[in-house]
Design a protein around this ligand. Structure first.
Ligand code: NCD
Length: 310
């Protein structure tokens, strides 16, 4: 439980209580409404966000930067590990200490599990985890929950199928932590080799969640209010032949939608490769690009909260 967000690090999906989520959602809604009405904000004027991305990103980095600029703050960034002193062998700790002198908040993505927590141990300013290897991606989970609530109108009482790479996908690792706070039934749909780590599954069950693992996408789609589809995380495979074997295992297309529960919502953290056919994009429940926009509001809320401006 976070309680007062001011000065806090955002590292893991298990940090939040329902009250914390209500707070983030409420502030995100406030900003969404303000921007929709054409309003502007300057509540973070004079504050600087540093984005440190040691792995590729389009949405996460740009939406954080867009969020900071939309609140009147400034942004400085290292666009890739190759252009920073990490390439010279600098430790995560030294990098974090250094960047703390330039910025009021740090958003970091790094290939190692636990890297953001390591930075947070020494940083003098809040660190926000924008993805630590196959570990966690808590801000994506928050925008996912915000999107689910908008699309389905509720979180309690729904059935959610997570589809694809549940082993390496950090977005789903963070999302299940948050969904476990609600009355959500979970279906985990993956090839055998990419199942959700068993310690995560047993921890969810220990908290009373109904979790069913399956490889039957059609059956899961008939029972679910939402399909949350993920990309197979090619970059995490040590043996590329394994990837070649499983890629394309599940594809969401119009034929599947016809068999699925009526009005099913389709989400995806993006980027997609081939797991959602382009023909699905004009289906009214295809929410993945609305999900992208929601990322800006939720990240505005997080920045305002950890910097004490809300
Ligand atoms: C995800 C990530 O980086 O974990 N992308 C994102 O942040 N929206 C998902 C992915 O790369 O497959």
């Amino acid at each position: 439980m976070i309680g007062d967000f001011k000065g806090k690090h955002i590292l893991h999906g298990n940090q939040f209580s329902r009250e914390d989520l209500d707070r983030v959602m409420k502030v995100a809604e406030e900003f969404e409404g303000g921007l929709e009405r054409g309003g502007t904000y300057d509540i973070l004027k004079g504050k600087v966000l540093a984005t440190l991305f040691f792995e590729p990103s389009t949405r996460t980095r740009l939406s954080f930067e867009s969020a900071m600029l939309s609140l009147g703050g400034g942004v400085t960034s290292v666009a890739s590990g190759a252009t920073s002193s990490a390439a010279k062998g600098e430790s995560i700790g030294d990098t974090a200490l250094t960047v703390s002198q330039y910025a009021h908040v740090i958003v970091m993505r790094h290939p190692e599990i636990g890297s953001a927590a390591e930075a947070a141990r020494v940083a003098a300013v809040p660190v926000i985890n924008a993805g630590d290897g196959a570990g966690q991606h808590p801000t994506q989970a928050l925008l996912d929950v915000y999107t689910i609530r908008k699309e389905l109108g509720k979180l309690d009482g729904i059935t959610v199928s997570l589809v694809g790479d549940l082993k390496y996908g950090r977005t789903v690792h963070a999302l299940v932590e948050i969904l476990s706070l609600y009355d959500v039934r979970l279906r985990l749909v993956s090839p055998g080799l990419l199942r959700m780590p068993s310690e995560i599954v047993s921890s969810l069950e220990g908290r009373g969640m109904e979790v069913r693992e399956t490889d039957d996408l059609v059956k899961a789609a008939t029972e679910s209010d939402l399909l949350y589809v993920t990309r197979i995380q090619k970059e995490r495979f040590s043996d590329i032949k394994e990837y070649e074997k499983i890629k394309g295992s599940y594809v969401i297309d119009k034929a599947l939608l016809q068999k699925a529960k009526k009005d099913i919502v389709i989400m995806h953290p993006l980027p997609r490769v081939d797991e959602i056919a382009a023909e699905v994009d004009d289906y009214k429940g295809a929410a993945y690009f609305r999900q992208v926009r929601n990322g800006v509001y939720v990240r505005m809320a997080l920045l305002a909260l950890v910097l004490g401006a809300r």
